[in-house]
Design a protein around this ligand. Sequence first.
Ligand SMILES: [Zn+2]
Length: 626
Amino acid sequence: MNLFHLKQFSLFLACIILSVSCFAQTSTSDPHSYAQPDRAVVTHLALNLTVNFQKKVLTGKASWNIKVNQDAGEIVFDTRDLEIRKVTLGDPEKLTTFTLGKNDDFLGKPLTVKLSPGTTVVNIYYTTSPGAAALQWLTPQQTGGKMLPFLFTQSQAILARTWIPCQDGPGIRFTYEADVKVPPALLPLMSASNPQEKNKSGKYHFNMAQPIPSYLLALAVGDIAFRKLSEHTGVYAEPAMLEKVAWEFADIPAMVAAAERLYGPYRWDRYDVIVLPPSFPFGGMENPRLTFATPTVIAGDRSLVSLVSHELAHSWSGNLVTNATWDDFWLNEGFTVYFERRIDEQLYGKEFADMEWVLGRQSLADELNSFGEDDRDTWLKLDLSGRDPDDGMTGIAYEKGALLLHCIEERVGREKLDSFLREYFSVNAFQSMTTASFVTYLENELVATNQAAFQDFDYKQWIYGAGIPESCPPIISSRFLLVDLQIAAYNEGKPCSELQTKYWVAQEWIHFLSGIQQNLSSTRMKELDDTFGFTNSGNSEIAVLWFLMAINNQYTAAYPQMESFLNSVGRRKFIMPLYQALMQTETGKQMAMAIYKKSRQNYHPVATGSVDELLQWKEHDKNSPY
Ligand SMILES: [Zn+2]
């Protein structure tokens, strides 16, 4: 996954109708869902929604096809902050009774619906709350075009239940189709078959024939235009951004081809990307057929397109073979990071992929350091029961998971690992996977036939243990070795103008900025900035590293740009470290509070949840003197 944003505006409506079918469900117990799929499970959704931008609510009806085992007299759904108006059974509809259980802060309330013998359809009439955590409502002012509002959703991990009553666990899959009506000025898109242009009626039909888990339900509504990249790929963005986006992502058709060469056919028909307004809280979200992406990857030099490789790779690892619970999150993200780097290697060469591996290894080391090497959260198999699963979405699942696959590749060879993974994605397609099932699959399909390679390799220690086992070989980047020479020269006092930086790409700049002395005089900070223009970097990764150095060294010349960045960008990965750095001093704290006061309205609830906690922000702080 990766982020989003919005504003206020007049008023309008959208109608959405979804429907779904059925197949095998996991019986794994999920600590983050009230659903009891072994007794009664959803198979298909028909959703009808009205989008009210003025009230910031969705009102509608979710009709679920269900499969009931034996004599279960009820079915349980997840809801959070939803007003349930009535529930009926069947078509024609007959009123039934329901109960809403006790509320839990992040799990919400179970909705238990009484069933009649033979019930196959449950219709739930409901309204979302203006604070629904999955929804971000942007005013026109918060969009690029400044004329029309924007709405987008972020359902992962357990936020789908804040906009649709559903069985909200990744081990439960369903199909859907939708009819959406919006004002003619706006275009709705979903994680489904999508329109490519607005029509006069404002009515649109969607279909998702492949079964998905609830966290992949997605909706975006705004002034959105489409540009074709190839027969089966394209990009969506606000009209003013479209040209830049199409240029930045021109490699998407080649990425899809590379991914298919690696791990088998793309199973979702089309692959499109929508670039959202800047408040999207993640880098990207792998909504099937339509990746949601942050505009912070539009660097103007194609240097951050590995985000697209990542989200595309999720079309196999995550969307096709899905973590059964959020404790198994590494099966989604670790595999995806490995896969992403294999795509990057095919497109941009081994040197490029090696740099990504080294940067990832470094960020993992930093993260382990901040957790402490023995921390339970550094296991691949997480234990998030009783906690918000968002807590588990650290870099551990991503980088430690990818590193495990990298180590296995080193041992059995690339050819065998690739053939194993191709088979894994094919055999387990459209199903969920627990960590234990994966270990069994690995042992049967790879370890058993390559025992010598696994002899002194304790993969279980990787999965069920803390930190990084010592069996991991170092990853070397030949290009970073050359950058290291320049880092050493800089640290010894060589003027910036004499450093050999020609032809460096973003990864080399990131390595350079991370590697040089971090405590610098204002003269040396100014020299770096004057020579390399870091304050005004169009690459968000570089800019954020630089802003962190600016905070640590009180290099105030970068502050206005940093403030403007924090005011417009809501990507949690970027804003959290900046606020954390500011909070280290009393002056910085005041600055953080002042910036946040202005910027908070531009962030998604996923981001404000994290920053509120960090800053110990309370509603009354908006009236504080900062
Ligand atoms: Zn991901």
